[in-house]
Write a protein that binds this ligand. Structure first.
Ligand code: HEM
Length: 362
């Protein structure tokens, strides 16, 4: 293989990269006294956005590869090669670390005083992070569907984007998402074959557990009759909800929920360690992605209070709504509400042979 020789700055194309960092206020601000300060703070503002956009490139690459590893099983046996699970875990773990890093960067921008930001903010309008097509690609690639989006001032979120960015976003909508890949992979888990009647056995154990909780509450001397009745009703509802959750609805989603409970229950079985690690990494990635949104909203609150966003939204309330409502594995995660310790299930382990042949290569 021939070696390409190049210098540090050629290899990284630093001349091109660093030329983009120049703050526009340097050219537009005429007042000599304020020009230096505005320039300085705008340099910070631009650097923050640009570094985060650079990292979004990496986030898309890693999420796309993780999605491909999990979501494209072999044609013949519909299994994912065993060695691909640890690879996907590493990619998802890296994305969690990446979003942790991006989230931590908001403390740097918070060193800018709100009035220093205000000094150049008006020149930005209507530019806003809302128009970041790469952020939209990450959201879609992760699994946010178009129907789950909050209505933004009655117009599509891509309405301000140039045609070339719209096309990139539209292409992502057509692709398989990480959520689809993880749910499809979980749904292929042969739970019934490894442990016949797992769902019924599990639901019975869950019912017994709830009954014990009710008995426990009945012994609480501080509860009045009315309060106790409410609690008992709530417990009764959770039995019913568990049944609906694991027995009804879309078949792929249902199977994935069952698989998550199965893998979580028997996570110490050697063959289930990697599948459990993958679930953990997928849920962890979503958590850090959500924390990024939440932390951005807190920084924005400090910087502009309740002002209207430069992109025209109602600012912090819009950002808080996306942080709390946009989910990737929200449905799957609900399975955790019904977990019971494996000591409550029959003593024998799931059929390891079936796991080895049918599941070992997940
Ligand atoms: C002084 C700093 C910042 C302020 C005041 C600010 C403010 C806002 C506001 C108000 C919105 C809502 C849309 C709008 O009406 O404009 C928004 C959206 C957004 N901002 Fe920022 N932002 C700041 C820094 C950043 C940085 C450093 C990034 C990193 C790339 C960023 C990324 C985003 C993204 C991705 C959205 C879309 C969020 C969504 O739709 O859920 N922002 N920003």
């Amino acid at each position: 293989m021939s070696r390409r020789s190049s210098t540090y700055h050629d290899y990284l194309q630093l001349n091109k990269l660093l030329a983009c960092q120049l703050p526009p206020s340097l050219e537009t601000e005429s007042n000599e006294d304020t020009r230096e300060l505005i320039h300085h703070e705008e340099l910070l503002f631009i650097t923050m956005h640009q570094t985060i956009e650079l990292w979004f490139v990496m986030a898309k690459a890693d999420l796309g590869l993780a999605r491909d590893l999990i979501g494209r099983p072999n044609e013949d046996d519909k299994q994912v090669p065993e060695e691909d699970i640890p690879k996907a875990c590493t990619l998802l773990q890296r994305n969690s670390e990446l979003f942790k890093l991006l989230t931590s960067q908001f403390t740097i921008i918070e060193t800018m005083a709100p009035l220093n930001f205000l000094a150049f903010r008006d020149q930005l309008i209507p530019a806003s992070g809302f128009q970041s097509w790469q952020f939209r690609e990450v959201e879609i690639l992760a699994g946010l569907s178009e129907s789950e989006r909050i209505n933004f001032e009655g117009k599509p979120y891509f309405s301000e984007m140039p045609e070339e960015h719209r096309k990139k976003v539209a292409a992502r909508v057509e692709e398989m998402s990480l959520r689809d890949a993880v749910i499809g992979w979980l749904a292929r888990t042969p739970v019934d074959e490894a442990f016949p009647n797992f769902v019924e056995t599990f639901l019975k154990a869950h019912d017994d557990y709830i009954d014990e909780q009710v008995e426990h509450q009945k012994k609480n001397p501080h509860l009045g009759a009315e309060q106790l009745a409410k609690i008992i009703e709530r417990f009764g509802q959770s039995k019913e909800k568990a049944r609906v959750f694991f027995c009804e609805g879309d078949e792929t989603a249902r199977k994935a929920r069952v698989a998550l409970v199965f893998i979580s229950t028997y996570r110490d079985e050697p063959l289930l360690r990697w599948p459990y690690a993958l679930i953990t990494q997928a849920l962890e990635f979503e958590e850090h992605f959500r924390l990024f949104r939440f932390r951005h909203a807190r920084m924005v609150e400090r910087m502009i209070g309740l002002r209207v966003g430069s992109g025209g939204s109602n600012g912090v309330s819009y950002l808080d709504a996306t942080a709390s409502q946009y989910r990737i594995f929200g449905d799957l995660l609900q399975s955790v509400s019904y977990l019971v310790d494996k000591s409550r299930l029959p003593a024998e382990s799931p059929n390891a042979e079936i796991l080895r042949f049918k599941f070992g290569g997940i």
